[in-house]
Design a protein around this ligand. Sequence first.
Ligand code: PHE
Length: 454
Amino acid sequence: MAEFDFSKRDSFGSKFGAIAAAAGSAIGLGNIWRFPYVVGENGGGAFLFIYLAFIFAIGIPVMLSEFTIGRSAQRNPFGAFRKLAPGKPWYLVGLMGVGAAFMILAFYTAVAGWTLEYIYQSIINGFAGKSSADLGQMFDSFRESSFRPILWFAIFMFMTSWIVLSGVKNGIEKYAKILMPILLLLIIILCIRSVTLPGAKDGLLFLFKPDFSKITGNTILEALGQAFFSLSIGMGTLITYGSYISKKDNLANTAVSVSLTDTFIAIMAGVAIFPAVFAFGIAPESGEGLVYRTLPNIFQQMPGGYYFSLLFFVLLGVAALTSTISVLEVIVAYFAEELNLTRKKATILASLSVSVLGLMAVMSWGTLADFEIFGMHVFGILDFTSANILLPLGGLFIVLFVGWYLGASRTKEELSNQGTLKAKYLSLFMFLVKFIAPIAIAMVFLNGIGILKF
Ligand code: PHE
């Protein structure tokens, strides 16, 4: 079989484009529904403090490790490990990343599809006059139905494929540069609406007031897990994106900018959601429930709610789209480079194969509601296995690879752009990837699979 022509590899066209694309990957459903809820349940400000510490001590090092691997190898995650460590089993880490991408894309696109239903309901004013119980019922019966969730899934998958098919520069980067500023604008508008509601203060207190008594061992692990999922690290998304970053860009700056933007947006999402939740006397409840059951309730009671509901679900959809793109790109780059397929063929093959799994995830509440393995339906299995097992394990091996296999001198070469930049932080970075990050991640992983209980 002919080899893929690596001289024709696509790449990002600008530094801003690279940051927008990576931030687009990081900012997603994880920020907008998961983060606010997890913070709220885990002591607000105290949790935030731990989360921020993890972003700096572990998240940024893992992200920078992925960029380093990707840019120095100029390959998809599987090919990258094979190129940097020829004849060694490290490529298995890349393969695991591609597997995780399949699983994440399948269930994530299902949730992203629900967003389209809620955009539609916002447009037709479908929440109006419904009680809180009615709205809960509306969400349940939508998920249990057989046709609409599948339709929305297919549409979302199609949009994702369309953008990926258009290429790295002319698809992923172009749309990230348009969508990310829109996302920022939408979330600012929603924050202003939320904090100007009467009674907003309680929501802000709930979010920011540190309650250290609520911190437990589990909280700490939750914070680390949230940091992983939110930053899109541990499965090679950022190895793939890193491979498209210009050799002239400063990787450390990029990793720091992306991580800070992701964290900022997560906090903004909390500011947009909690004051509204408290202002309307609604108890903050679990992730998917908060967004899809509780918020429509709030929107129909607040002045201008019709528009804010539409804005919110568009925001959620946009955030999800720039994330699904990044996950699909991992599989597409792998298929294209390893099977020597055109981008078009690779994209079609990848989206169709993910859709098989995705449809099973979508049908987890309907047709496949009774199909369970280990007491979990398909959606639950995909979610659990990817987030709690594959991401931490992948992240662990990624830092070990950079810390112990690539080592300081090869890492320095890449991070300093072959000696043109200073990379003064290098020894700190090496210390983090050799010791701190692997130990911390190992603890999360062992907890995730239940071997270690705190
Ligand atoms: N970071 C994304 C979010 O917060 C999810 C994601 C995870 C994307 C892993 C890519 C890889 O929604």
